[in-house]
Design a protein around this ligand. Structure first.
Ligand SMILES: [Zn+2]
Length: 287
């Protein structure tokens, strides 16, 4: 991938020996219909589409290599590609959701839709930021990345536009950052807003209303780990904060303070199944 791609358009000149050059040459020659044209001397052939499909492949399946269907929508720059239930990525999402349930009152999910997010604007920003972290860490080791959950009623907007920390509240437990969880059931509590109920039934444990959640690729870099609430902004020399389980938190959370340090990969629409009221711990707020 070349830097020029990130301008959005790249005309890549091909060698004469390149298969695509030969294809273009023979297509030109074999479709001569006018008798006064005896041939062409091909000087250059520029190709751009292949680079696009490579970018999509890189942007969407960093740890799962799958075939990508080109779609018209991609050419707007952002594509939300709905996946079939049989698709490997669908299965990955479904099992990641199920296997990271930590809250005892959540018994499972019904996954309605999974969209894979192909965003040619936010991916290069993510790559650039990750490269900067790599250099800041002395190029000695790969930048730590994790796939983490983020629940929000605005999940579909974030899928298209990326995160905007301008909306983050300074009053968050670890300052004005973007917060992620490794437990699906933790982000589940943010799908209607911060521990908010659904609007239709006014129920925090609604099993009927559709929730939205994101699985994001997050560049953590050098993590500042804490169990205490002593952080209101990113400590100098670090790239992220990891709040571990402790007195304040039952489940860990991750905070970043740079919108480009996250690439939303999947948007999931689902409903949540809860244990019956008698069996669960009631309405207390578990962070
Ligand atoms: Zn509801």
């Amino acid at each position: 991938m070349s830097r020029r791609w990130f301008d959005g358009i790249q005309l890549e000149e091909l060698d004469r020996g390149h298969n695509d050059f030969k294809y273009a040459e023979s297509k030109m020659r074999n479709t001569i219909g006018h008798s006064d044209v005896t041939g062409y001397n091909i000087k250059k052939r520029c190709e751009s589409l292949r680079q696009r499909s490579n970018l999509i492949r890189q942007a969407t399946s960093p740890d799962i290599h799958l075939s990508i269907k080109m779609s018209r929508r991609w050419f707007d720059g952002i594509q939300l590609e709905e996946l079939d239930r049989g698709h490997n990525d669908f299965k990955y999402v479904e099992s990641k959701m199920r296997n990271t349930i930590g809250h005892s009152d959540v018994t499972g999910y019904n996954i309605k839709k999974v969209f894979r997010i192909n965003n040619k604007y936010t991916w290069p920003r993510y790559e650039r930021r990750r490269g900067k972290i790599y250099r800041e860490m002395g190029r000695q080791q790969l930048v730590e990345e994790k796939r983490l959950f983020h629940g929000s009623p605005k999940a579909d907007v974030i899928a298209k536009q990326g995160f905007d920390r301008g909306y983050a509240k300074q009053s968050g437990m670890f300052g004005a950052g973007v917060y992620f969880a490794e437990h699906s059931s933790k982000s589940n509590n943010y799908a209607f807003g911060n521990h908010q109920p659904c609007s239709t039934h006014s129920s925090r444990k609604c099993s009927e209303c559709i929730r939205k959640i994101l699985i994001c690729r997050v560049a953590l870099g050098r993590k500042y780990e804490t169990t205490l609430r002593t952080v209101s902004s990113l400590p100098q020399g670090y790239h992220s904060v990891k709040a571990n389980q402790g007195l304040r938190l039952q489940f860990p959370e991750y905070v970043i303070y740079d919108d480009d340090q996250v690439y939303p990969s999947y948007l999931i629409e689902y409903t949540t199944n809860y244990a019956t009221a008698a069996a669960s711990s009631g309405g207390c707020k578990i962070m």
